[in-house]
Design a protein around this ligand. Sequence first.
Ligand code: PRX
Length: 655
Amino acid sequence: MSSQIDHLLDETRQFPPSEEFVARSVSSPALYESAAADREAFWATQSRELLEWHKPFTQVLDWSTPPFAKWFGDGELNVAYNCLDRHVEAGNGDRVALHWEGEPGDSRSITYAELTEEVKRVANVLEGLGIGHGDRVAIYLPMIPEAVASMLAVARVGAIHSVVFGGFSADSLRSRIDDAGAKLVITADGGYRKGRVSALKPAVDQALADRGDGEQQTVEHVLVVKRGENEVEWEEGRDLWWHEVVPAASPEHTAEAFPAENPLFILYTSGTTGKPKGILHTSGGYLTQAAYSHKYVFDLHPETDVYWCTADIGWITGHSYVAYGPLANGATQVIYEGTPDAPHPGRWWEIIEKYKVSIFYTAPTAIRSFMKIGRSVPAKFDLSSLRLLGSVGEPINPEAWIWYRDVIGAGKTPIVDTWWQTETGAIMVSALPGVTATKPGSAQVPLPGISIDVVDESGSEVGNGNGGLLVVTEPWPSMLRGIWGDPERFTETYWEKFEKQGYYFAGDGARLDQDGDLWLLGRVDDVMNVSGHRLSTAEIESSLVAHEATAEAAVVGAADETTGQAVVAFVIIKESYLSAHDPAGLAQQLRLWVGEQIGAIARPRDVYIVGELPKTRSGKIMRRLLRDVAEGREVGDTTTLADTAVMSIISAQVK
Ligand code: PRX
C-alpha cells in the first residue's frame, strides 16, 4: 500500500482525449452542467431517455426515510423488456447481442431477436415451475449465454436472482441459497476452465444434501444446462435438463410491468464479519444508472461498437456491465467462458482480434499478470479495433495504466478507471473519455449526477491535497436498497459512521489531489481486495478454525504484485496435531481446505504456523502488525499489545 501511495504522489502525466475522439464523443461537458443545475431533474431525464417505462413515473426521489430510498417510485417497467423486446420492436432484432466464445474454441453469435425468444421460453419454464413475483432463484453457472438468459428470465417474471460465482464452493453456495430462501437453482453440469471441465452440479447436490439439522429446504427444482458433457447425479422430480424443457416451452411471453422498486437481485459480498451480506438492488433506478454509466463512460455507439467486459456474471461487474447496462443500451458484446491463458497466453488478444472489439473493460490484476508475461504476446495480435479501455476492481497503479495504454491501446486509447462497488450498483467515479484529461492511477471525478466527498473521521471535508474517507453525500439511483433480511446491519454498516444523516460510508480511503481528482487508497476495514474481489478476513478465519487442526487463526491482506492483495494466514495449531504432523504439510492442507470451503479465490498465498497471535488487552487481534510481517516490513507500534514480546516471536518464526 505505502509504495503505491508514493507512486501516486509522483504522478503528473495527463492525457487529454484526441480531437478525433472528442468529435464523436457521446458525452460532453453539458452533462456536468445539467446535473449540477438540478440533480433530480437530470436523473429523471436520463431515465426517460434510456429506458422505456410501461407506466411513466411522476416522482423522482423519495428520501423521506433515509437510508431507505425510493427512485422513480410510482413508475412501472419490466427490466427484461428494456434489455430485449424493445430493441427487437425498434427494428434491431438482427443485431448481435452476444458473441459467445467457449474456452475450447466453440462459439455462438446470438442476435437480440434470438436472445429475446430464448428468454421468453425460459420465463415460461420458470412460471411453469411456480416461480413468480418476489421468488428467489439462485444461478450457479459458467460464462455461457444461458447465464445471461437466466438472469433476464428471472427479471422478466418479477422474481429475484442471486448469482453465485461458479468458483465458490458447495458450502458458500449453500449459505447463499439458504439466506435468500431460493426456490430454484439454475446450474450446469460443468464449464470449461483451464482446458478441462470444472464440475458445478455436484456442488449444488452437496449444497442441497445433508439437511439433518432441521434446516428447511427451500429449493424445489434444479434446472441444469448441459455444457461440460460430464457425468452428473440426477434426482428425479427435482432436476430438469435445460435442453429438454426450454426448447419445448412457448416462445410467446408478455412482459408484465413491475413497480420501479421491485427487487431485481441479491448479490452476496464480504463484510467485516464472517457472514456475507446479501446486497439488494431494485429495478428502475438500478437499470437507469447501469445504462447511463455504460453509455457515457464507455462512449457507446451501439450500431458500431463491439464491447467486451471480462468480468464473470458472479460479480457485480458482470451484472451491471455484462447483463444489464450493455443490453439495456442495445450493445453488441463478447462474452468468454474461460481463463485468459487457455489454451495459450494470448487468448484474450486473439478474441479481441477475432471480434474486432472496440471497447474493453477489465481489472488491474489481469493487466499486471499480462505485464509479467511481456508485450511480445499481445504484439502478435491485431488490436487496432480498440478505441477505449476500462479498469475496475482496485486501484490501477500508474505503471500498469501506462502499459495498458501503450501496449494494448497502441498509445492512443483513453483509459477510464472506474470506481464503484457491489453496493453502489453502477459506476460512481470515472473520467468521461471524451471530456476528461485522464491521469494514470486516478479514478478522477464523480459522474454527473453523483455527489462524492472525502472527509475526516468527524465527517468534515478534508479539501484538496488531503486524504480521508470516501463518502457519497447524496442518494443515487442504483444505490443498494438494503441487506437481504437485515435492515439493521444495512444501517449500521453504511450509514452510521458519520453523524450527518444520509452520508454513505464506502469503506475506502481516498485522497483529493490539488486539482480535486480522486485517488483511491484501498479498504479501511478488515476486507481484502484480491484480484478485484472483496474477501473478508473474518470469513477466511472462520473457515480456518473450522479445520480440526486449527486452534486460532488471523488473516490479513498483504500487497501482492499481481493480485493487488494476497491472503496471508497466521495459524495456531492444536498441540496434539503439531506433534503428529509436519508444519509444511499442515500449512498446505489448510490452504487447500480454505479453497474447498470458500473457493479457490480465497486460498491463502501463505499460511504461517505460529505459536501466538498479537492481541490487545481486550483480546482484539491486531491485524495491522501481522500485515507488517506479511509484507516484510519493520513491525509498527506494539505498545497496545497485551504481550509486547509476541511480535518478535512471530517475526522470528515467519523468517
Ligand atoms: O475498494 C474498492 C475497490 O473494490 C471495492 C468494491 O468491491 P466489489 O464490491 O467487489 O466491487 C468490485 C467491482 C466494482 C471498492 O470498495 N475498487 C473498485 N473499483 C476500484 C476500486 N479501488 C480503486 N479503484 C477502482 N477503480
